[in-house]
Design a protein around this ligand. Sequence first.
Ligand code: RP5
Length: 164
Amino acid sequence: MSKPLVAIIMGSDSDWPVMKNAAQMLADFGVAYEARVVSAHRTPDLMFQFAESAASQGVQVIIAGAGGAAHLPGMVAAKTTLPVLGVPVPSKHLQGQDSLLSIVQMPKGIPVATFAIGDAGAANAGLFAIAMLANHDAGLAQKLTAFRQKQAEKVHAMELSEKP
Ligand code: RP5
């Protein structure tokens, strides 16, 4: 297995069912990735160590998912200049609206690219990472074009049943 170009991190193993959607996308496109739990408030030292060493390990994009007071993506972004893609994970009481607002409202100077809440956001974060890597990888760019074409073909083939 080649060195991971994308690191997927998340605040808890309970985020994995959502974050798996990013991993699946990267796997489908044949992009090497690693996925691990790094908690901003429960393992802050690990979070800093991860963020500080990611670039030197060959990681080019970080996808960070968290729920609730979701400070993981922003804190990681504060410790690296790698692009950080934030995925708001649905939370127990506020259905991920808290996660979304925590991640998206970064103060000026430290950006986090924020995606939709939940599965679609995680899948799109995977696709966005692929699009960034595809800028310097013609084979990957071709796969991305093919993926879009396939999606369009599915829509063209859609037929509505039970028309009035
Ligand atoms: C956050 O708290 C995690 O990202 C997760 O979404 C949430 C709940 O964590 P667990 O209590 O399931 O470990 O840090």
